[in-house]
Design a protein around this ligand. Structure first.
Ligand code: GRF
Length: 201
């Protein structure tokens, strides 16, 4: 299952590349998000779970847990999902066997650099010579979970911000499905290795 809030390029890449896994549904917290249209065209069901104004974060997370659980997903893949998941949400998906929640995220920076929002903007403004993206397990912190895979890109001197970001997003779309496939295979193996960064190279 995928959770997304925005344009949905990563969700689309993951759905299009699905051969060894199956995307059951996409849950989105924003009824206007482009991801909903993309997913519909790919014949995958999408479901909006929007936070109501009179609802606390705790209540929203509870409602989200109920929706997610109703699909009984093996993995929850965050693809530009803009809400923080609560501790209570995460607890529902903790897997003692791999000592992680079965929830992963892609973040558009070489973590631990530039966590949080607008990571491409942050990296561009910081004039970094190298940037990239990180796929990591989700924990209670902001982009602090265990790193599964990182890939680097060089910033070119002539890069405008648009080019810099587009190149980053293109890399995200390429690696997220590949890493997901390998992660599922590694985590579900009988002798699941807990150091996924070692398995996924
Ligand atoms: C990506 O840059 C992702 O890393 C970040 O949000 C953006 C989502 O893009 N978390 P998209 O909706 O997948 O196109």
């Amino acid at each position: 299952m995928i959770l997304a809030s925005g344009s949905g390029s990563n969700a689309e890449a993951i759905i299009r590349s699905a051969t060894t896994y199956r995307v059951s549904t996409v849950i989105c917290d924003n009824p206007q998000a482009l991801v909903l249209e993309r997913v519909k065209k790919l014949n995958i069901s999408a479901h909006v779970v929007e936070k109501n104004l009179d609802e606390s974060k705790f209540e929203y997370n509870q409602r989200l847990v109920d929706s997610v659980k109703s699909y009984n997903p093996d993995w929850i893949v965050l693809a530009g999902f803009m809400k923080m998941l609560s501790k209570e949400f995460l607890q529902n998906f903790y897997d003692e066997r791999i000592k992680q929640c079965r929830i992963i995220n892609i973040h558009p920076s070489l973590l631990p650099w530039f966590p949080g929002k607008d990571a491409y903007e942050q990296a561009f403004e910081a004039n970094v010579s190298e940037y990239g993206c990180t796929i990591h397990f989700v924990d209670e912190g902001m982009d602090t979970g265990k790193i599964i895979y990182q890939q680097r890109l060089q910033r070119e001197a002539q890069d405008t911000f648009e080019i810099f970001k587009a190149r980053g997003l293109e890399l995200e779309n390429k690696i997220y499905p590949l890493v997901l496939e390998k992660l599922i295979e590694a985590a579900d193996a009988e002798d699941a290795k807990l150091d996924f960064a070692e398995v996924i190279k």
